[in-house]
Design a binder for this molecule. Structure first.
Ligand SMILES: C[S@@+](CC[C@H](N)C(=O)[O-])C[C@H]1O[C@@H](n2cnc3c(N)ncnc32)[C@H](O)[C@@H]1O
Length: 239
């Protein structure tokens, strides 16, 4: 697997605080040896979109464990009449790449998309939990969660003949990692005639600009808006 580099992509974004809770010691240690010595409890972030309160459980140990700026900006955009006019997800088959905590997938599901959220296998537990908890009583189409590693066995696991998507969403998937070529290949794999790729990203590094340049060469792109330093592009196949 291409490796993720170890620097935080948003230096102003702190990982949520870890609360260390030691269980009450009511019995001698030897009699409660089955009990965990330390519990880690992470904060839940609360967001409001589309008139819903969305509770996101964050995790501390990976990049997909926190909500990133582009996810927030894209959700804000989708919560406006202009955003919904330009990106109409109702009944649309929609794939999210690098879904992380699932905020964008939750908002897309609440907007009526037929949504499949994807990420690396280790991210899926928390992603599934957030998606289910926040959409359970409100979805029009039950959201799906599945593993997808960029550039890896795509035609085997997601053959283009049977996996057509109207929309491909990707928020803050470009940061300091060495999978940018695989990411672009993955976007190209899923972008068929009629597919729109929505790519939202905060520009942080020179390599982000290089990716954007390659993205613009590979697709017909339109800059839909720029919100809080996050650019939101829409892209379709080049003929
Ligand atoms: C910066 S986080 C963004 C998460 C979410 N989209 C957001 O904006 O909050 C990047 C996401 O891409 C996922 N990712 C990184 N490398 C990947 C790869 N090679 N294949 C699939 N997903 C990957 C990470 O697990 C993480 O969830």
């Amino acid at each position: 697997r291409c490796q993720k580099a170890g620097t935080s992509a948003n230096s102003s974004r702190k990982l949520p605080p870890v609360r260390k809770v030691v269980p009450a010691n009511t019995e001698p240690p030897e009699r409660r040896s089955w009990a965990p010595a330390v519990y880690y409890s992470l904060s839940k972030e609360i967001y409001y979109f589309l008139g819903h309160e969305i509770k996101i459980q964050e995790a501390i140990d990976h990049y997909g464990g926190v909500v990133w700026p582009a996810a927030l900006a894209l959700c804000r955009f989708l919560d406006t009449p202009t955003g919904r006019q330009q990106i109409n997800l109702l009944d649309q088959s929609t794939l999210e790449l690098g879904a992380g905590t699932g905020l964008v997938s939750i908002v897309a599901t609440l907007l009526g998309a037929k949504l499949t959220a994807t990420d690396l296998p280790e991210i899926l537990g928390n992603l599934r939990c957030n998606l289910n908890r926040n959409t359970r009583w409100h979805w029009r189409h039950e959201p799906q969660v599945t593993a997808l590693q960029w550039g890896y066995k795509l035609e085997e696991t997601f053959p283009r003949s049977t996996h057509y998507y109207d929309y491909v969403l990707a928020a803050d998937v470009v940061y300091h990692h060495d999978c940018l070529a695989e990411l672009l290949d993955t976007m190209l794999h899923f972008c068929q005639m009629g597919t729109t790729v929505i790519f939202a990203n905060k520009v942080r590094y020179q390599s982000d600009l290089v990716f954007i340049e390659n993205f613009q060469k590979a697709f017909n792109t339109t800059l839909l808006t720029e919100l809080d330093e996050v650019r939101i592009y829409s892209a379709t196949m080049r003929f």
